[in-house]
Ligand binder design. Structure first.
Ligand code: MN
Length: 397
């Protein structure tokens, strides 16, 4: 049992077994890398005497590779558990409440997948009633698209309602205006640390050598814009206006205990997508709409694992860059209260959600706030928490 001298509240998402990385400012200090422990953030440049942490992003540390990630984690665990280090380390703990959190990584490329069978089938039933809910390729490859890296924002960033073209089925022509069907997608994102060369492939078994950790993602989606624009090349302006991520990157080393086998894959995928030791992860998500819990999406139900997604993303020889972010796709389970988008939760707006103030919702209204949380089991009975990813909708400009 690992115990720390830092006072950590019992229900804290950040016990000693977690140690997630973020970028923060405190007072008029320059932005720097910190690790969350209980109600504090630890200044890594100060305690490790390494300038790689005196920077406004994690990228330089992420690029240093798996051996260095493990070494730093061991050193931090040592500093925070052995009483003899307390006098030197404690002055470099800042209350998290006093720290301002920033986007933790310079996002290189951003990819979004579509890995929940329940989500894909729900969307198929809503938009292609009477047809096969899954497309013919769905169980053969992890479907994805390239999103817009430059509009990935940290939790708390206000989300401006996007405007664009939409054409309801019954309308004779498209019109322009603010989206009236603004939605969320609750997802888990994976952060690439170690790059790979152009023309090389990264296998599923090399997942832990390249991927540093995970964040929560809200893939804000304007369904009306998306529905009109997406054929035949996929999502574009209905998604690219903003994607929110949680401020703390939880290392894969903290998620080892949460590994589970994913649902059985039938038909068996092609050889390059097979995993000897699968990287399914039992992460329990919660979605709050204006403070009301509306869904509990189970990440353990995802059909394709992040290691399979990494293998697929590089099977054509595409290289990885430090700071690449790829998200899982909307996490939806089999039950109605496990759906990770409002499109599914309200069944395309036909089954409104009732909020605590008595009002009802189908899609997002201006002023609405959505918060996604996530936890996973850790060693010693610990709970590994993700930082929240939250966003409030502000009116279209
Ligand atoms: Mn998505």
């Amino acid at each position: 049992m690992t115990t720390t001298w830092v006072p950590v509240p019992e229900d804290s998402p950040f016990p000693i077994q977690n140690l997630p990385y973020g970028v923060y400012t405190h007072g008029d200090q320059a932005a720097r890398v910190g690790v969350a422990i209980g109600d504090f953030v630890l200044d890594l440049a100060a305690v490790l005497h390494d300038d790689v942490f005196a920077r406004p992003s994690l990228n330089a540390f992420l690029a240093s590779g798996r051996a260095r990630w493990a070494e730093v984690r061991r050193r931090l665990t040592d500093l925070l558990t052995r009483e003899e280090h307390r006098p030197a380390v404690e002055p470099h703990l800042t209350p998290r409440a006093d720290a301002r959190l920033h986007l933790p990584i310079d996002v290189a490329d951003y990819v979004d997948f579509y890995a929940s069978e329940h989500h894909a089938a729900n969307v198929g039933r809503i938009f292609r009633p009477g047809g096969d809910p899954l497309t013919p390729n769905w169980k053969h490859l992890p479907i994805g698209y390239h999103g817009r890296a430059g509009t990935v924002v940290v939790s708390g960033t206000p989300i401006v309602r996007p405007s664009g073209q939409r054409k309801p089925a019954e309308a004779p022509a498209p019109s322009y205006g603010p989206s009236t069907r603004l939605d969320i997608e609750a997802e888990v994102g994976f952060v690439v640390g170690a790059p790979s060369g152009l023309g090389t492939q990264v296998s599923a078994s090399e997942f832990g050598d390249h991927v540093f950790g995970a964040v929560l993602v809200n893939d804000w989606s304007a369904r009306d814009i998306q529905a009109w624009e997406y054929v035949p090349l996929g999502p574009f302006l209905g998604k690219s206006f903003a994607t929110s991520i949680s401020p703390w990157v939880v290392p894969l080393d903290a998620l080892e205990h949460a590994r589970v086998a994913p649902p059985r894959q039938d038909p068996a995928p092609l050889a390059y997508l097979r995993e000897d030791e699968p990287w399914g992860l039992d992460i329990a998500l919660e979605v709050e709409w204006n403070g009301q819990l509306v869904a509990r999406p189970p990440f353990a139900q995802m059909y394709w694992t992040p290691a399979q997604q990494l293998a697929h993303m590089t099977v054509n020889g595409a290289s990885l860059r430090t700071g690449d972010l790829y998200a899982s796709g909307t996490v939806s389970g089999p039950e109605p209260d496990q759906r990770g988008s409002f499109l599914e939760l309200t069944w395309n707006g036909t089954e409104p959600v009732k909020l605590p103030d008595g009002s009802t919702r189908t899609f997002l209204e201006d002023g609405d706030t959505v918060t996604i949380r996530g936890t996973a089991a850790g060693p010693d009975g610990a709970r590994i928490g993700f930082g929240d990813v939250s966003g409030t909708i502000i009116p279209a400009v």
